[in-house]
Design a protein around this ligand. Structure first.
Ligand SMILES: NC(=O)C1=CN([C@@H]2O[C@H](COP(=O)(O)OP(=O)(O)OC[C@H]3O[C@@H](n4cnc5c(N)ncnc54)[C@H](O)[C@@H]3O)[C@@H](O)[C@H]2O)C=CC1
Ligand SMILES: O=C(O)[C@H]1O[C@H](OP(=O)(O)OP(=O)(O)OC[C@H]2O[C@@H](n3ccc(=O)[nH]c3=O)[C@H](O)[C@@H]2O)[C@H](O)[C@@H](O)[C@@H]1O
Length: 647
């Protein structure tokens, strides 16, 4: 089989933005929507009188005493949010049965196999425990090599009991919903592509379809929880409805769920609303400190989620606007970011300049805010937030223009390698990836070859997507210029220019700065644990440590049950065999840094590298002989020195 051709099942399974269907989105205006009338929110329609302010309020604590016991949770939507969220809830609540239901059979098949549809660090370990159950195990309580008589309980063994499976993936929505005490809705809410509000409003089609089915099958008093991102929406169903937006980020989903800085629960200001909020809070309280569980009015919660993403996107657009100023003046955007970030009122995060933000949410949520402002007749507010998206597009266009300028404004007869296809590092999520727009723009210039490489995305998936958005004729197998590579060196061989479009650590040539998304420092031995019975989070930390000290050991605690066997004709196994890569070997290889010297030797003589993500140490690259252009940083001139005024 051609390794680059999608297997029949795989091609259908690729993560794509669903096409918008009918114009079902409510206008977003409180006064326009029949679902947003005062009786729904107990007279708090103006949003000013929230029931609870700050963390877990006394109302909710009082309600907690009367909150229904949660034994069964159903999550509708087995995507980037539903899958990891359900897995972490199941991990920390072994007494709760968690079912994840999706209408996409292939996706469910993959969740039930050793080929989960999404890649997230540590997710596989959690699935192994919750979906497959685990064996009893034991380990030395103290640090390895600790001396006898150590005061820190280092002696002796800690035993961990076996666990029954409590996470189930299925397509049987009716059954799961009818058994649930809480139903989490985590279905996709993309931007509408046609009809009223196209290009800005949220497409509520999947959400409405899900709520209609839930209303049909749920028992009375089942608590409905919106995890999908919505804008001031109230489903018209006779159940207590909570808003519980998700703040996890792709690539760090498990970390974000395990160590959430806040859990936001919006409810209506009624005793039933508070009881429902308390029941949901009790699920999170298994691992999140009560001080981090914030309860608000349901609309405040939904708006807070939109605003959170809008503010983060705005920071990226702000620093990218400054990158353009740096390019024109000789200032260095990283130095500027470091200097301003040292002010605690500003802070240092989300100030990495480059080709702009991608992903399924930032653009969608900013546009949703724009649409909301427009429907509320606040054109100035709408224009303000729209500029964030426009600046993002400018960042990408500016990068392409710079590549073209340095390549004499033509790609005829030239080969360009694009490194990074996912929208950010450590994920195989490609939705709204800046790389896609860049590939599209480069194809317009008629290159001889456009080679694409990504350390995590499956080549067949990339090929399929590029063929879909640019037409199959662009693919090499149909005589076009696009070749997707499994190997970075093959991608760069003979290239006139290499572009870095995703901030994977694999592409770096210098140290990685810390942070949750950064390259993890070698994990320290977490023992001895504070608790005699370690938490699952403790066990995950111990497992990472032991894996590092005994490389090649997949299950150092000897806790895992075997993964479910694949069906004989498993398309994922076939694909792995055809490209000679297994999940594990790919993980292993991922950790390897690109050898830039090797790339240099086999590139064409100009050795251009365009760093769209600021991952390269330019001086080190220069020593090898590369000519590097880095957004908002330094720029190459023909007299072999770095120019300060390049633009
Ligand atoms: N992707 C992310 O990192 C984050 C996403 N969000 C929000 O969470 C929501 C879900 O996003 P993702 O998980 O990324 O979407 P996704 O597209 O990965 O997954 C959604 C899943 O819902 C399923 N689905 C749709 N309608 C259904 C129905 N009627 N019955 C059963 N299953 C149905 C789809 O088949 C799909 O598998 C969105 O509102 C998004 O804005 C929030 C925070 C982070
Ligand atoms: O609602 C959502 O979907 C999620 O959106 C973002 O998470 P995500 O899009 O997964 O990833 P981010 O780390 O926020 O990165 C988004 C994009 O911005 C880019 N970025 C990020 C940071 C930065 O400084 N500069 C920059 O260009 C990244 O490369 C990426 O393309 C938010 O960070 C999450 O809190 C939120 O839950």
């Amino acid at each position: 089989m051609d390794p680059l051709s999608p297997s029949p099942l795989e091609a259908d399974e690729f993560v794509t933005l669903d096409d918008s269907t009918a114009p079902t989105t409510p206008d977003g205006s409180l006064s326009f929507s029949p679902q947003l009338q005062p009786q729904d929110v107990g007279g708090y329609v103006d949003g000013t009188s929230m029931i609870n302010r700050g963390s877990l309020s006394s109302d909710v604590l009082v309600a907690a005493a009367q909150a229904p016991l949660v034994r069964n949770i159903c999550c509708v939507g087995a995507g980037f949010v539903g899958g990891p969220t359900a897995a972490v809830i199941a991990l920390h609540n072994p007494q709760i049965r968690v079912t994840v239901v999706d209408r996409d059979e292939k996706r469910i098949r993959r969740w039930n196999s050793r080929h989960p549809p999404i890649y997230e660090p540590s997710l596989d370990d959690i699935l192994r425990i919750t979906r497959d159950g685990s064996r009893e195990c034991a380990f030395i309580s103290g640090r390895a090599g600790c001396v006898s008589g150590c005061p820190s309980q280092c002696e002796g063994q800690t035993r961990v009991a076996a666990r029954e499976p409590n996470l189930v993936f299925t397509t049987d929505l009716a059954k799961c919903v009818s058994e649930a005490d809480i139903v989490l809705i985590a279905v996709n809410t993309p931007t509408k592509t046609r009809g009223n509000g196209a290009g800005a409003a949220t497409d509520m089609a999947a959400f409405e379809a899900a709520t209609a089915l839930i209303a049909q099958h749920a028992r009375p008093n089942t608590i409905i929880v919106e995890k999908s991102t919505l804008a001031l929406h109230r489903p018209d169903i006779p159940f207590p409805v909570l808003s519980n937006p998700e703040f996890l980020a792709a690539g760090t989903a498990v970390h974000d769920l395990l160590h959430a800085d806040r859990i936001l629960i919006g409810s209506s200001p009624t005793p039933a609303g508070s009881r429902a909020a308390a029941a949901l809070a009790s699920v999170y309280a298994s691992w999140i400190p009560a001080s981090r569980i914030i309860t608000t009015h349901v609309f405040s919660s939904e708006l807070a989620k939109l605003v959170s993403n809008a503010m983060l996107a705005q920071r990226i657009s702000s620093i990218n606007s400054i990158a353009a100023v740096c390019d024109a003046t000789g200032a260095d955007v990283d130095e500027v970011a470091r200097a301003i970030g040292a002010d605690p009122r500003i802070g240092g995060q989300f100030l990495r300049a480059g080709i702009g933000f991608g992903g399924s949410c930032f653009k969608k949520d900013v546009l949703s805010l724009v649409y909301l402002a427009e429907t509320l007749i606040l054109p100035e507010v709408a224009a303000y937030w729209r500029a964030v998206v426009e600046m993002n597009e400018f960042a990408r266009e500016r990068f392409v223009a710079r590549v073209m300028r340095k390549l004499n404004n033509t790609l005829a007869g030239k080969k360009v390698a694009v490194l990074g296809y996912a929208f950010k590092k450590d994920t195989n999520d490609t939705r709204e990836s800046p790389a896609l727009g860049i590939i599209h723009a480069l194809l317009e210039e008629g290159p001889r070859e456009l080679a694409v490489f990504d350390p995590l995305c499956v080549p067949a998936q990339m090929t399929h997507e590029i063929g879909r958005f640019a037409g199959e004729g662009v693919l090499q197998r149909y005589g076009g210029p696009v070749a997707v590579h499994e190997d970075v060196y093959a991608a760069c061989r003979g290239a006139d220019a290499v572009l870095i479009t995703t901030e994977f650590d694999e592409f770096r040539n210098g140290p990685v700065k810390g942070g949750k998304g950064g390259e993890a420092a070698s994990p320290a031995d977490p023992r001895p644990f504070e608790r005699a019975e370690p938490h699952e989070t403790d066990l995950l930390a111990l497992q990472s440590y032991l894996r590092q000290t005994t490389p090649g050991t997949e299950d150092p605690l000897n806790r895992f049950n075997p993964t479910p066997p694949c069906i004989e004709e498993c398309p994922d196994c076939q694909l792995e065999r055809s490209v000679g890569v297994t999940g594990e070997s790919k993980d292993q290889r991922r950790k390897e840094r690109v050898d830039w010297r090797k790339i240099y030797q086999h590139m064409s003589p100009l050795h251009w590298v365009f760093d769209g993500r600021g991952v390269l140490d330019v001086s080190a690259m220069e020593k090898i002989g590369f000519r590097v252009e880095s957004v908002g940083r330094r720029s190459w001139t023909m007299d072999n020195t770095y120019s300060s005024r390049c633009i």
